[in-house]
Ligand binder design. Structure first.
Ligand code: PBG
Length: 337
């Protein structure tokens, strides 16, 4: 026995026993601080032109490329599960140096937007807005003579594509290229064409990340030379992340995205604290692939890990979670499931 005088004073001496509130499932539920709402999840969907294979993505088990008609069916299934929003990525047949097929009114994303708004009108259709899936060099913008991405020339192209999505009836535009000034430029272009009510969900804080590897297989968008470090952010920079968020707010962003999510939870929190608009995080392809790979090996319990990850994003301050697990999460958690 420790001598009474030497015994340290503990929480127990003060009558504090946090374990009291963990005693039963009901008590634990009663005091639960955060919950992931199915209605705040966004399911990314890859849609492929007819010449492109529409199969499962090897590095993303359970994720596939869809034809437009299949994407409509998938959205019906998602809607029945309570998932309210999808984020579209296009895989076009034609790529060139200036991303011509990105703003084709009959392009894969434009066709899919039209089909979804006709057949599943209540689904919130968000279109990712970027050139990297449409350029033959795989960069997110137009290149100058030195092979650098030309910021201001790229803005014009983005606006053209954004307008073609707006005309197709998209609900939200999500620019993901990290060019400077694109939110203000897009806002002005949309407003000038009468789309004053179309929200911009900006990838405000997007890092040059190794976690996008599987996505680039899925979207066939790996840069043919160099990398994206001259436009996507440097992972160590937190102050700069807040600056990017504030700039996009000034330019009129309606929703801010922080991406990737797992290694950047501090920045979800930091952005949530300065933002007066909803904050989303993007639980990206590499984060999905790691969970799937470990689960397939029997090394982790996928369902527990996914619940913990998504709850962590909500706890960090994310109002909206973009995740390839949206459908499976909804299947497991919908009322009565
Ligand atoms: C397009 C874009 C990318 C992702 C979303 N939009 C790829 C990239 O920037 O290289 C990544 C999504 C993911 O990894 O799940 N620029």
């Amino acid at each position: 026995m420790i001598d009474d005088l030497l015994r340290p004073r503990t929480a127990v001496d003060l009558g504090k026993r946090p374990r009291r509130l963990r005693a039963s499932p009901a008590l634990r539920e009663l005091v639960r601080e955060r919950e992931v709402r199915i209605g705040s999840l966004v399911q990314p969907l890859f849609v492929a032109d007819d010449g492109q294979p529409a199969t499962e993505i090897a590095s993303m088990p359970g994720v596939r490329r869809w034809r437009t008609a299949e994407a409509v069916e998938e959205c019906r299934a998602l809607a029945a599960l309570g998932v309210r929003a999808v984020l579209l990525f296009g895989i076009p047949d034609r790529k060139d140096a200036v991303a011509s097929s990105a703003h084709d009114p009959a392009g894969i994303v434009q066709r899919t937007i039209r089909a979804l708004k006709r057949d599943v009108p209540a689904m919130v259709v968000i279109a990712d807005l970027c050139n990297c899936e449409y350029t033959d060099h795989g960069h997110c913008g137009i290149l100058d003579e030195r092979g650098d991405v030309d910021n201001d020339a790229t803005l014009e192209l983005l606006a053209r594509t954004a307008l073609s999505y707006a005309e197709a009836g998209v609900d939200v535009i999500a620019p993901s290229d990290m060019m400077d000034g694109r939110v203000g430029y897009l806002r002005a272009a949309l407003d000038a064409s009468g789309y004053t009510g179309l929200p911009i969900m900006s990838y405000a804080v997007k890092f040059a990340s190794g976690f996008y590897g599987p996505f680039r297989d899925a979207a066939d968008s790996t840069p043919q030379f160099g990398d994206r470090r001259s436009y996507q952010m440097d992972p160590p920079n937190a102050r700069e992340a807040v600056r990017e968020a504030l700039l996009d707010l000034d330019e009129g962003a309606d929703i801010l995205i922080v991406k990737p999510a797992l290694a950047y939870m501090d920045l979800i929190r930091a952005v949530a604290e300065v933002s007066d608009v909803p904050v989303a995080c993007y639980n990206v392809s590499g984060e999905y692939a790691m969970v799937k790979a470990a689960a397939r090996n029997g090394w982790i319990d996928e369902d527990r890990i996914v619940d913990e990850m998504l709850t962590g994003f909500a706890r960090a301050g994310a109002d909206i979670i973009i995740t390839y697990f949206a459908k499976s999460y909804a299947e497991r958690h919908r009322r009565g499931a």
